[in-house]
Design a protein around this ligand. Structure first.
Ligand code: TNX
Length: 530
């Protein structure tokens, strides 16, 4: 027996009794610290399913130890650096509903399960809920989505919609990829040209843009109110062409790029760790960006794909940039290539490259990159095999973000039941990754399926990634995120062993909420949507 809740709870018992929630029901918070959550819940239920809760009975919230000894504490690290316990209890009896946890965040997670239940069961302005007892808590502490806001700029309204999706599935990190070759999306007051010049572009002729400090403050608060921490990424020393466009003196004498033939190009230019000017710049950027993300205990320094840069230069850059982050009281996270440098055990390495480049090159079904690029790519990618072992040897933990399982810019393999969507989705995703189905997205495990990882203690967390080379509109972005995102949440929160038919049934019951929220999702023919 299961309930239409994603991620699957750790412990669930059901009975034949029911409790009926109607618009005259409501929430009582037993502690003042929970009053705000109660109000947020009422607002969310309204948006999820249209039910307006006007009373104050039926649902009770309490700050009390969850007695969840049989749910192990989460593995990994928290992006906000706080030792918050998210374990909670949720009980539905014929008398009413009670949710309890040791922290407001734990209670919020329980309320989130309840939101899903209500939305799935609402009929004729009443939700008949099965009597049940849930004791739950996450498997991993860092559960996120990395969002590329550079290749296509997604404005604050769209980012808020994504934050709503994350929190509905108990994901707690929004990693914003704020800088890349095609644009710079965050204000650095001492370097006005980063936004005046660097922000103007995106891929091809897509509009550029950036978040003002006021907009970011609002976004970060919007996320914090939903227990999502926004982690900023400043990608360096590669992926920095937007910096060189704004401040050419920071760049190489000659810009090297390879045309990819699809309106985009691959940039081979990097910041130079040997120049003082580079470090003045990096310090100014960190000093301006860090205060804009007060909840984040981490700064993501990128470090990926420094094509053609000498290994020693890359390592020197990473080590110095990491030291500057730590000197500002923050911890370091970076793409897996940073493991080639010397790291601290507190740093976190984001593992993404689980592709076997040699077999990709030989696969006739995949497009071949331009000839002058091939050797650079192959050489760079071959080294990737050693990154995870190097990170673990240094005692750092890994954020699990493998292309195979968690890159949402892979094309959808499964068809849509809607012919319009079927046409649209064909252009979405990067062809060379190959397509992936929804079932594929839950048929793996963040420990067992990752070469080199053999215990949950080595995992900092689980993070999906969506890159936007092929994604231009909010609708397309949502179509690639849904229905995949709940699957990533299931992997990050629930214990191993997702059974596809049961999962598909739980997934099917999410669609009423998505419809009410006006989120676009792939009407995948793998699932019998309700
Ligand atoms: C690799 S993943 C990148 C991005 C691209 C992405 C496309 C990573 C750290 N770097 O720059 O957008 O592939 O999936």
């Amino acid at each position: 027996m299961s309930l239409p809740v994603i991620p699957a709870p750790a412990h669930l018992t059901l009975s034949d009794n029911t409790f009926t929630l109607t618009s005259s029901s409501g929430v009582t918070a037993e502690s003042p610290e929970l009053t705000e959550l109660a109000a947020r819940f009422v607002a969310d239920v309204q948006l999820d399913c249209g039910l307006t809760l006007t009373g104050n009975t039926g649902i009770t919230l309490a700050l009390e130890s969850p007695q969840a000894d049989d749910v192990p504490a989460a593995a990994g690290v928290r992006a906000d650096g706080e030792p918050v316990d998210e374990r909670h209890g949720l009980e539905i009896t014929t008398e009413g509903i009670r949710i309890w946890g040791a922290t407001p965040e734990a209670v919020y997670r329980g309320l989130t399960s309840l939101r899903q239940l209500i939305s799935a069961r609402l009929q004729d302005a009443a939700a008949v809920l099965p009597a049940a007892r849930i004791v739950d808590g996450p498997r991993f502490a860092w559960r996120g989505l990395s969002l590329d806001v550079v290749r296509t700029f997604h404005g604050p309204d769209e980012v808020r919609r994504i934050i709503d999706m994350l929190s509905l599935y108990k994901l707690n990190v929004l990693h914003l990829h704020l800088t890349d070759d095609q644009g710079w999306r965050v204000e650095v007051p001492s370097r006005p040209l980063l936004t005046e010049v660097g922000a103007t572009g995106a891929i091809g002729d897509r509009p550029g843009g950036y978040y003002t400090q006021a907009e970011l403050a609002e976004l970060v608060q919007y996320a914090a109110d939903r227990y999502v921490t926004v982690v900023p990424e400043i990608d360096m020393p590669g992926h920095t062409s937007a910096v060189f466009k704004a401040y050419p003196s920071l760049g190489p004498d000659e810009i090297h790029s390879v045309d990819l033939g699809n309106g985009d190009s691959l940039q081979l230019n990097t910041l130079d760790p040997g120049r003082d000017e580079t470090w003045t710049f990096v310090e100014e950027v960190l000093d301006a960006v860090i205060p804009q993300f007060p909840q984040s205990a981490y700064v993501h320094i990128g470090g990926d794909e420094t094509w053609g840069m000498a290994d020693e230069d890359h390592a020197a850059f990473v080590e110095k940039a990491a030291a500057l982050v730590r000197a500002r009281g923050k911890k370091v996270v970076g793409w897996q290539e940073i493991a080639r440098a010397s790291l601290d055990a507190e740093d976190v390495v984001q593992f993404w490259l689980d592709l076997d480049v040699d077999s990709m090159v030989q696969n006739p079904d995949l497009p071949t990159p331009p000839e002058d690029l091939l050797p650079i790519l192959v050489e760079g990618l071959r080294k990737a095999k050693y990154d995870a072992p190097k990170a673990l040897e240094q005692g750092t933990k890994l954020i699990v973000s493998p292309v195979t399982w968690l890159y949402f810019d892979r094309p959808h393999a499964d068809a849509s039941s809607d012919p319009d969507q079927e046409e649209a989705r064909k252009h979405l995703g990067l062809e060379f990754y190959g397509a992936a189905s929804i079932e594929h997205g839950v048929s793996w495990d963040p420990v067992d399926s990752i070469p080199g990882i053999d215990s949950a203690d080595q995992v900092a967390g689980v993070e999906a990634a969506i890159w936007c080379e092929s994604i231009t509109t909010p609708e397309d972005l949502e179509l690639m995120l849904l229905p995949r995102l709940p699957g990533a949440a299931e992997k990050a929160w629930s214990r191993p062993g997702t059974d596809w038919p049961t999962y598909a049934a739980r997934l099917a019951q999410q669609s009423p909420t998505w419809r009410n929220r006006t989120w676009t999702w792939l009407h995948s023919t793998e699932v019998n949507w309700t």
